[in-house]
Design a protein around this ligand. Structure first.
Ligand SMILES: Nc1nc2c(ncn2[C@@H]2O[C@H](COP(=O)(O)OP(=O)(O)OP(=O)(O)O)[C@@H](O)[C@H]2O)c(=O)[nH]1
Length: 322
């Protein structure tokens, strides 16, 4: 325990062991609205949907789901811009979309089996062709909505739209080829360790996410002074009672732990100014991610040398990763 390397735990969150040849990485789904991206993603992820912002890479993205397999871990990221037809079908893809397409290891391009290919599909296909460094798997979705001949015809049509690493027919509704879809995507990941521990994300994904957002905000500007000394726990997350419809509010009580009183002073700042800023930045991010108004009660506590104390580590949620 004493030799626990927290840096390692964080990026990536370490798991005890993983099989040789294990693959891990990121994917995103693109396609015009209503083609079944979200449904397919949920089908791939199954029960293990986890919304989190914990981000082993440099740029923060919202993780929509994580597919855990024995031989691989596929992390599906969400790109807000990809869901906005105006952005996607407009004159250009915005930079967020472009940067996501470049950052992920594999892109899933969705075209429904039961609709003729239209301008929207062609436009996206052209844009994807420009992503030369990232493999694109084309999915012909909603195959349950047409017959075999219809699916075959659409497979040919999609094939001709661009240079795809694979073209896979799939139905999220019936489950047809869902495992194959996962397998094909995972086949494009690089060898590497799991980036997220299974239990953490399935247990309390939202608390984890909130804690991570607070930790991120608290490190802003003091990374050099307090590189690994801050841990955050979320004590309680409760919907506020007696709110009027449309004015729902989530009360979040969180503690921010530092190791020494001197660090506490840094985090709090002169007359509490820094802590207020941390709270307000974190709150904005939490609200954006959870889609609800948030009241954030943030306390700074000193947990003396928490990095060296097994009990403290357990309390701060690091025990499962050792
Ligand atoms: N029959 C059938 N319906 C599906 C399937 N996949 C998705 N749908 C339906 O198609 C509609 C659109 O699915 P979504 O997953 O929301 O599509 P999307 O591409 O994420 O849509 P946007 O969020 O608007 O971009 C929903 O009504 C789904 O229930 C499928 O495999 N079979």
């Amino acid at each position: 325990m004493d030799d626990l390397d927290l840096e390692k735990l964080r990026t990536p969150l370490a798991m005890p062991s993983y099989p040789e040849g294990f693959r891990s990485g990121f994917a995103c789904f693109v396609g015009r609205p209503n083609v079944g991206k979200s449904t397919l993603m949920n089908a791939l992820v199954g029960q293990k949907v986890a919304i989190t912002s914990t981000q082993p890479q440099t740029t923060r993205r919202t993780v929509r789901g994580i597919v855990h397999r024995e031989d691989s871990q596929l992390i599906i990221v969400d790109t807000p811009g990809l869901h906005k037809p105006r952005t996607l079908l407009g004159e250009r893809l915005d930079s967020l979309v472009r940067s996501t397409l470049v950052e992920v290891d594999v892109i899933g391009f969705c075209v429904p089996a039961d609709e003729p290919i239209g301008r929207g599909d062609t436009y996206i296909a052209r844009e994807l062709a420009a992503q030369r460094d990232t493999p694109v798997v084309a999915f012909v979705t909603k195959t349950d909505r047409t017959d075999r001949a219809g699916v075959a015809k659409q497979l040919v049509a999609v094939e001709q739209l661009g240079e795809w690493a694979d073209v896979v027919p799939v139905s999220a509704e019936s489950g047809f080829q869902v495992d194959t879809a996962t397998g094909v995507l995972c086949g494009h990941l690089l060898e590497g360790p799991p980036l997220y521990p299974v239990e953490d994300l399935t247990d309390e994904p939202e608390e984890m996410m909130v804690a991570e957002l607070i930790r991120e905000a608290s490190l802003e500007g003091v990374r050099d002074e307090l590189p690994h000394s801050i841990a955050v726990t979320v004590e309680e997350m409760l919907p506020r009672e007696d709110t009027r419809p449309g004015r729902e509010m989530l009360d979040i009580y969180a503690s921010l732990y530092v190791e020494r009183p001197s660090q506490k002073a840094i985090v709090i700042g002169a007359k509490g100014a820094r802590l207020r800023e941390v709270g307000s930045v974190a709150r904005r991010h939490i609200e954006a991610l959870l889609g609800t108004k948030v009241y954030l009660d943030l306390r700074v506590r000193v947990a003396k040398d928490w990095q060296r104390d097994p009990k403290q580590l357990r309390r701060l949620g690091f025990d499962q990763q050792t």
